[in-house]
Design a protein around this ligand. Structure first.
Ligand code: MN
Ligand code: MN
Length: 313
């Protein structure tokens, strides 16, 4: 018997533990096939902050999520052992030290045979997570869903910030560049060539305009075909979604993806050898109706539903 979320008929949903989906809390990833981890950090943001409150709010909004996926019929808690292992103790006064702390935390975490599902936190965190992931699995394929490419050379002269993680990851050889997909990019750039740099590195860039009002199921199938059996990481920036659905984020861009498109994309990635996932950039102070954190919680559940070993009913 695997860990189960506390059911709504055992304890009212507004009560019980404050963990992701009211799952058991664990001190380590020992014995867990997958684990939820929070990184309460916003010191890498460049405009509006607040993502330090992201993990707590995503957990709060996750309390309504029930165990079974009623469309894909995924039954994650019948298939794999999952728990919430709490938050990474970052140093909120020092971003560079926080990156080292996150790297060490994930290095230790990945000593266990577990798949981390990370609740962010600003997008800086994906860089140290990928360092640990690549140390274990080698360079990984990447599905990066975002309004932004996050491949700036520097921000205010700083190499580490929430706009630079994928340039640093590329430079460090953490990525299988021919199998990197950046999806949903849009808006305005520092230069007209901003997205071309990624394409020159071998990344596949799918701008939002190319997929407006389209099903993302065919794109997901294309990714599955290209990635095959290789280890792959999924990094989902909530600002990929349109700000009408996800206003609670630091750098919103109009005309983004819809929640149904996010579901089509994630569900379509089932079968991939996912070695880690994150959901970043939820900023509760700007989340007026709570819809951003609610969406984030559900997208993390959908990621759980496509992990290797999860069966359908
Ligand atoms: Mn981002
Ligand atoms: Mn973004």
């Amino acid at each position: 018997m695997f860990n189960q979320p506390l059911g709504g008929n055992e304890m009212p949903r507004f009560g019980g533990p404050g963990t992701m989906m009211r799952l058991p809390a664990a001190d380590s990833a020992a014995g867990l096939d997958a684990c939820f981890v929070g990184i309460p950090m916003d010191i890498g943001t460049s405009l509006r902050a607040g993502t330090r409150f992201g993990p707590r709010q995503i957990r709060a909004e996750s309390l309504l999520i029930r165990p079974y996926n009623m469309y894909t019929r995924a039954a994650p808690f019948d298939s794999i052992n999952v728990a919430d292992i709490g938050d990474v103790p970052i140093n909120t006064f020092d971003l560079k030290d926080s990156v080292e702390r996150i790297t060490r935390f994930y290095d230790a975490l990945l000593c266990h045979d577990t798949i981390p599902l990370t609740l962010g936190g600003d997008h800086t965190l994906t860089y140290p997570v990928l360092r640990a992931i690549a140390r274990k699995h080698g360079p990984v394929a990447l599905v990066h869903v975002d309004a932004h490419a996050d491949i700036n050379e520097h921000m205010f002269g700083e190499a580490i910030a929430h706009g630079t993680p994928f340039r640093r990851a590329f430079e460090d050889g953490l990525l299988d560049a021919e199998r990197v997909f950046q999806i949903g990019l849009r808006g305005t750039g520092y230069t007209a060539e901003d997205f071309d740099t990624a394409r020159e590195w071998g990344f596949t860039v799918v701008q939002a305009e190319e997929i407006w009002m389209q099903s993302l199921t065919p794109l997901a199938q294309r990714i599955v075909d290209v990635v095959g059996e290789r280890p792959v990481y999924l990094s989902f920036d909530i600002d990929s979604l349109d700000p009408s659905f996800a206003p609670g984020t630091g750098t919103p861009e109009i005309a983004g993806l819809t929640p149904p498109q996010a579901l089509q994309l994630i569900r379509g990635l089932r079968g991939l050898n996912l070695v880690g996932c994150d959901l970043v950039e939820v900023s509760p102070p700007y989340d007026m109706a709570g819809t951003t954190a609610l969406t984030a919680a559900n997208l993390l559940y959908e990621m759980l539903c496509i992990l290797p070993g999860v069966q359908t009913r």
